[in-house]
Design a protein around this ligand. Sequence first.
Ligand SMILES: C[S@@+](CC[C@H](N)C(=O)[O-])C[C@H]1O[C@@H](n2cnc3c(N)ncnc32)[C@H](O)[C@@H]1O
Length: 253
Amino acid sequence: MIIGVLSIFPEMFDAVISSGIVARAKSSDLFDLIIINPRDYTEDNYRRIDDKTFGGGAGMVMKIEPLELALADLKQKMLQKGVEKPLVIYLSPQGKTIQQKVVNDFAALSGVILVCGRYEGVDERFIERNVDLELSIGDFVVSGGELPAMLLIDSMVRQLPGAMNSLESVVNDSFMNGLLDCPHYTVPRDYEGSVVPQELLSGNHKVIAEWRLQQSLWRTYQRRPELLADKQLTNQQSRLLNEMISRNKIKEK
Ligand SMILES: C[S@@+](CC[C@H](N)C(=O)[O-])C[C@H]1O[C@@H](n2cnc3c(N)ncnc32)[C@H](O)[C@@H]1O
């Protein structure tokens, strides 16, 4: 997979590619990252990427010309690496909120381009002419698209085959199967009287798997009930969840 980025702060991306799973995936050539700075496509002495907003008011807007020139060059570079039609994503608080399913779908693409806005954002005509999809990291505003783009890069790279040591940990992550993940514990077994659940220490794989599934269902029911509304539970899942609901009703009495 080739990930292209348009950003006036390319150095920020060192943070995501220099450690952990993403760094390992990069050095194993599971993906390549090409970052282009639209400032390099300006023509004035000051390398101005932004200008005042038409109609007046505070704030500056990223200009269309350098962005389009930078995008064309980035697409050309990606084409040379075999990516014919990358999906162009503009990170924006006005976009659809990023969901795991979308991330999983992106990870199967040969190339994506992430456009990072700054200031008040980018000239609307750039979006109309070039962007396939606007995506948001949530209903709050950050100063630029770089952090949102880095979040997306990290989550996509995790899904690339070979990026994680264990496929199991990806498959059981929250949202992967429409549920939140179960709680996890490590040594010591007893920390100042706070103990690890017996089921996890039983050594019985069936008991452990059932306990984990039940905890996942219960957590989702308590914390994100809307996820369950979209999900068709199996007989086993319904039984495990109902068991937890009754158990907790009894505790409440
Ligand atoms: C200060 S914001 C501009 C916000 C814009 N004036 C608005 O209210 O919609 C600058 C840039 O940060 C990025 N950004 C800010 N919040 C974001 C979010 N929640 N999700 C994705 N990108 C975001 C976008 O690329 C945006 O162009």
